[in-house]
Ligand binder design. Sequence first.
Ligand SMILES: [Zn+2]
Length: 450
Amino acid sequence: MILLQAFSLVVADPEITEALDLETGEIRHVHDVVGEDYERALQLRMALKQGIAAGKPLLACPLCAVPIHLVSLAQERRFYLRHETEDGRCSARTKGGLSEKRILAMKYDGARESAAHKRMKDIIAESLLGDPDFSRVEIERVWKGEMANSRRKPDVTAVWKGMLPVAFEVQLSTTFLRVIAERRDFYLRNGGLLFWVFNRFDMGDARLTQEDVFYNNNRNAFVVSEDSLAASKATGSLVLECVWSEPSFEDGQILWSQRKRRAKFDELTVERDKQRVFLFDADAARGACEALTKDWPMRRDFREFWLKRNGTHDDARWLDLRRRLAERSIELPRWPSDGEGLVSLLDTLYSAAEGHPVGWRYADLVKIAHHVFDKHKGYLWHFKLVLAAHGRGQQILAEDTTGKWRSAKVKAYRDAWSRRDSAFAPDRRYDALVSILFPEIATDLPEAPS
Ligand SMILES: [Zn+2]
């Protein structure tokens, strides 16, 4: 900002440092408003004056919402913003005495005066009116708290399913996330639910990702627009554009990416005690990813060892893996081939995971499948789960040119499982090891095959 000031047309120490754009609801810095082009600044000055004269001001003071215009110091060729009326009520003059928190709260109230904010309120109210789950839809109804003098005036209120009062608060700017965080407490104490609504939401915004509020809502945010209003009207229910962060586990790290889709309000999970509403449970997904992270180095090293194993047996490596697994109470034989069925099992599962034969001298997965069916029925369940987890269904189907696998064998093992045929019962000897090496099937593995 210091660099900017050197080229700016703004006076050195302006009293009003920010302006509320009454059209978009954004709060812009005075240097951004005035810009660096003298001619443009003069045109803006004219436009601001005309707007005020016509009763349609373009900019207002973010603290008191009084329209502002641009004053020109012709000799210095510099500008500053000034209230249309200076009656001493605005704290921009005295803000040294105000806490940052108070200033933010005032700006928040000021920002509600914008055309965009008003339109957002109407969109929410209109969307709610068509939804039979919501009743008592009201704009800016005063909500009195239990404590004396505590009250709020949320943008829109409605009662969900006859029992839960919901306060909808519009957010046009991430500036105010902190204000909203403070307000959650009010609704928590007074039996309501605070629901934030944005006009856009992009987590690529670095400032935002550092804010507490998004994370306090399980990394979900909700957007309404003219499009969502049309969808609400078409379906007779409150439709929102949901934006969330989704974790994935790649190369030992958890990566977060942004996802979005439209959803109806009744698809959302409401946790009133935590003041959270979400479509995607990011906390749960993160827990699952963290479980994957835990054994990642061992899993990676074991896989590397096993995939190279056919060329050369690296004995030092094997002993190291054996020692590390022993720390997890998993006993491995001195040599891989000493474990009964161990090599067959791991060759089979790595083949399924990798999508091509590992260890086996068969040409493709379906031939391995036939072999497992014929010789290792106890591993059919493990094999099936890994194939499914890695989306190998289509591949097997394509490789099964004779159709023998799907017409005879698949049917046979399914029938055997459903009648609990002991010949097809899963061989559980290495399940603990398999769960560490193939965490993608660890949840389903202990179940009975189905
Ligand atoms: Zn002001």
